[in-house]
Design a protein around this ligand. Structure first.
Ligand code: ATP
Ligand code: MG
Length: 374
């Protein structure tokens, strides 16, 4: 974790800040992953089906960025991360991590990345935690001093002191996760992929993990790609978020910008001097009235200022406040809309196929009739 350590003089030597290799530290250009899935459909029948887990995804991540990668179950998040580590080979497109093609040079890349799969441990199940770390020390050929320094820091910040001699299988989920995060960092990776690192953790453990990651990113400039279903992870850690669904990138930008993508609304809560008929201030519309208090919904993408000015000039205003749309609601809406679109496309494709089959059959019958006449 000592990012300025002298012993790493390979490709990081010299100042390269601001260079293209820094701005395109992780680079995906129309990357695809198609799985061939065979399904048993009858006694001897098997159906072959293609699953497009990742469907032409392009993005870049700059060195030192901390980016959230979110999406519903089955969206393709883990598949993307597996390609970024070299575990899976893309079916198409171009992929580079720190200038390296992950699936071709997986071992070389392994020295520069750390991975945590929240669903699965990389630790040795039956060994005490410290033995897993000792094995990694050897495997990654980490210089002794660096190994000690990194281990000490992780033990302190992730509170692993009492756990080092406990076999991994006896650790609680939260303890094991902290153990896994430490394991991913012993060799000073420049990039850290976290696939659901807070899954199943209690509130306090989540807070600790988040704080640790924030410090790691701030102090060492570690580039972090974070997948999670807990939007608080993203809110607290990432300025940028990417949303993926059905293998496609739906959004890439600041978390706050998501409000503008969904047709979400903000709410202006207005306190008037007295009860009055619903305020007229299109495009805002009154959605609730309670005595002198009225709630007006208006598009989240629009500024509240002109609306407030108008209401203040035309109505006896006492107080007001603006409520932001709940980010969870915005994302839920976004996922739902995408699911609707996918279902519609699926229905249209099925109808189209049925119509084509019908037409082919009718043409066939007409052909037979002609043959009979001639
Ligand atoms: N090895 C595999 N063989 C066949 N299909 C796979 C394989 N791995 C993933 N898939 C399919 O690819 C799609 C994307 O899976 P992936 O694990 O990347 O989703 P995810 O976004 O990580 O979801 P979750 O939030 O549930 O972890 C899913 O439809 C999944 O069934
Ligand atoms: Mg996953």
């Amino acid at each position: 974790m000592d990012s300025h350590s002298d012993s790493r003089s390979d490709s990081r030597s010299g100042s390269r800040s601001g260079s293209r290799s820094d701005s395109h530290f992780i680079e995906l250009d129309r990357v695809e992953k198609v799985f061939d899935v065979r399904r048993k459909t009858g006694f001897l029948r098997r159906e072959r089906r293609e699953v497009r887990a990742v469907d032409s995804i392009s993005f870049t991540v700059a060195r030192g960025e901390m980016v959230g990668y979110i999406g519903p179950n089955g969206a393709g998040k883990s598949t993307t991360i597996k390609m970024l580590t070299g575990i899976l080979t893309p079916s198409g497109g171009r992929l580079r991590v720190a200038g390296i093609d992950p699936s071709r040079e997986r071992t070389r890349l392994a020295h520069r990345i750390g991975v945590v799969f929240g669903q699965r441990t990389t630790l040795w199940w039956d060994l005490p935690l410290i033995d897993s770390y000792r094995l990694m020390h050897r495997m990654y050929r980490i210089p002794d001093a660096r190994y000690r320094a990194n281990l000490d820091r992780c033990v302190e910040l992730l509170e692993l002191g009492d756990l080092l001699d406990v076999p991994v299988r006896q650790l609680s989920l939260g303890q094991r996760m902290r153990g896994d995060i430490a394991a991913a960092l012993l060799h000073d990776p420049e990039i850290l992929y976290l696939d659901e690192p807070t899954i199943g953790l209690d509130v306090i453990s989540k807070a600790k993990v988040r704080e640790f990651l924030r410090d790691l990113n701030a102090e060492n400039g570690t580039t972090v790609l974070l997948t999670t279903h807990d939007l608080q992870d993203i809110e607290q850690l990432c300025r940028r978020v990417m949303v993926i669904d059905h293998g496609r990138l739906m959004y890439d930008g600041p978390l706050a910008g998501l409000h503008e993508v969904g047709d979400s609304e903000r709410i202006l809560v207005v306190d008037l001097e007295r009860e009055l008929p619903p305020i007229e201030a299109a495009p805002a519309r009154v959605v609730k009235v309670e005595g002198p208090r009225q709630w007006l919904a208006f598009p989240a993408s629009e500024s509240a200022a002109p609306l407030v000015a108008r209401i203040a000039s035309e109505y006896p205003l006492v107080d007001l406040s603006v409520r932001e749309p709940d980010i969870e609601a915005v994302i839920a809406q976004m996922y739902a809309e995408q699911a609707d679109r996918a279902e519609q496309a699926d229905r249209a494709e099925r109808a189209d196929r049925a119509e084509r089959a019908d037409r082919a059959e009718r043409a066939g019958r007409a052909g037979e009739a002609e043959d009979a006449v001639s």
